[in-house]
Write a protein that binds this ligand. Structure first.
Ligand SMILES: Nc1nc2c(ncn2[C@@H]2O[C@H](COP(=O)(O)OP(=O)(O)OP(=O)(O)O)[C@@H](O)[C@H]2O)c(=O)[nH]1
Ligand SMILES: [Mg+2]
Length: 474
């Protein structure tokens, strides 16, 4: 019996490795990472992309689709059974029902495999038959990337940086309670779990409040996006001022240990097992949302995006560059929800996004990854209209407003031709935009009466797909 089980295991092991060898040899796999900060639009993007790959009528800019070379596309179970499956069907059903709703918020990593039978282009077409190409799309919170800098920081350094950030004027109100709780604690005293919980709790509340105020830079990522670590001791710590000589068993030493184990047990496995395996990456960014929250939200978004993009160009001797198995050679930075503004403003939306990420993007480009920015809408929830306003024609969008459920036109304001008009006040820490405001309405998803072979309407999702993996379908 025992022998039989061992042989079974060995055979299965061999079969598994044969499967992965044959897959590696014959069926190319494209691993596409989809990230962005919370509410950036990751789930809607993946749901619409998968649907539009399965039914390609709205994908003229994806060359392989336009040339009729994608003979079929279908969903397959992912070979790595440990990875949670992206709930594509649930998310699509939410969008397509008679009372459509946006998919619910996701908190962790998940994946879906779209397999395509593709015939080759040009001369090769006649020479070899179609082949199967797997596209593995991985949804993961951008907040998790904000943890990379922790890998090179000690607990003391991280604490100092966190206190400095919390004392910035834009965070003072949100940080007040946590700083007051910290001030009452003697970090050199022996650990007391009640005190530890109250520190970690007020610290997490502070991070959540800054996020709610529209600020983006809120590491450690798992405090707000715990995934399956909710309530775990790995997350029960917070920054502390360092006492003179902290004894072992003191609060400070315990938090130092927990910080180190957070790095080892949480941060490192994510980068090693997932991040290091991507070929292509799309970073979604809600530029319009930040504009409506004000200059400080734009500045905070700029800082968070530079931390996120730094992960794609690790220094040669850094911890990350040593574990990177493959290299991400294309990054798309996509401003989502472009259907919130008239198409006449899309170029300015892309330019504004481009300047928010400019410095970080240039560094990524320098290290060999190709990058591009574009304005997209994964699901188009509005129609466009031109109205007369003070004698001039103005392009507006019209849709069902989430707040009231009524159809109405919306004009969020005119984006400036020169993005530095936005970035400078943001850098200066101005509290509001000078003489203007951006008010971006939330729209419900459109009521779609799709035929079984149709996918949701979008803006430039096909161009995004062509950039991200079109070259791999030839
Ligand atoms: N109009 C419009 N709204 C969108 C679009 N994509 C996303 N949204 C809005 O943005 C919200 C967040 O989108 P999600 O796709 O759930 O964002 P996410 O990044 O997965 O968010 P988390 O899972 O919470 O991290 C949605 O509920 C919609 O209100 C789009 O293409 N058009
Ligand atoms: Mg999501």
């Amino acid at each position: 019996m025992v022998l039989r089980r061992i042989t079974d295991t060995v055979t299965r092991g061999i079969e598994d490795s044969i499967e992965s060898v044959s897959e590696a040899l014959f069926d190319p796999v494209i691993r596409l990472g989809v990230t962005g900060l919370s509410r950036a639009g990751k789930t809607v993007f993946i749901t619409s992309l998968v649907s539009n790959l399965l039914h390609r009528g709205r994908m003229p800019q994806l060359r392989a689709a336009a040339e009729g070379r994608i003979l079929s596309a279908y969903l397959q179970p992912h070979p790595d059974h440990r990875m949670p499956r992206f709930a594509y069907e649930d998310h699509l059903n939410a969008l397509l029902g008679p009372n459509p709703s946006w998919p619910s918020s996701t908190r962790s990593i998940s994946t879906v495999r779209v397999s395509m039978r593709v015939s080759q282009s040009g001369l090769l077409r006649g020479l070899s038959g179609p082949r199967t190409i797997h596209l593995d799309i991985v949804d993961y919170p951008g907040e998790w990337l904000l943890d990379l800098p922790l890998m090179s920081q000690s607990y003391g350094e991280w604490s100092d940086a966190a206190f400095k950030a919390a004392r910035a004027p834009s965070r003072a109100a949100e940080a007040e309670k946590w700083l007051a709780t910290t001030a009452e604690v003697d970090a050199g005293q022996p650990l007391n779990e009640t005190v530890a919980n109250s520190l970690a709790g007020t610290f997490t509340d502070y991070l959540a409040a800054t996020r709610k105020a529209g600020l983006s830079s809120v590491a450690p990522g798992r405090f707000l996006m715990p995934g399956d670590l909710e309530g775990s001791p790995a997350l029960t710590f917070s920054p502390l001022p360092k006492p003179e000589k902290p004894a072992s068993g003191s609060l400070w030493r315990t938090f130092e240990k927990r910080f180190e184990s957070y790095k080892r047990v949480v941060v490192e496995p994510f980068f090693r097992d997932h991040f290091a395996r991507f070929d292509r990456q799309v970073v979604l960014i809600d530029t319009l949302g930040a504009l409506s929250a004000g200059p400080q939200a734009v500045e905070d978004l700029r800082v968070a995006m530079s931390e996120i993009l730094a992960c794609f160009r690790p220094g040669r001797n850094s911890w990350l560059s040593q574990i990177l198995g493959r290299r991400i050679d294309r990054i798309l930075i996509a401003a989502t929800k472009a259907d919130h503004v008239h198409h006449s403003q899309h170029a300015r939306l892309a330019a504004t996004t481009e300047s928010i990420v400019a410095a970080a993007r240039d560094r990524a480009r320098f290290s060999g990854a190709k990058t591009e920015s574009m304005a997209i809408a994964s699901v188009r929830a509005t129609v466009e209209q031109t109205i007369q306003r003070n004698g001039a024609e103005v392009g507006v969008v019209r849709g069902r407003l989430s707040q009231t459920g009524e159809y109405a036109a919306s004009y969020p304001g005119e984006l400036p031709a020169n993005p530095s008009n936005l970035l400078l006040p943001a850098r200066n820490g101005d509290a509001a935009w000078d003489g203007t405001s951006y008010r971006v309405a939330d729209f419900d998803p459109p009521v779609l009466d799709l035929k079984p072979d149709e996918a949701p309407p979008h803006i430039r999702l096909d161009r995004a797909a062509e950039y991200l993996f079109g070259d791999r379908l030839s």
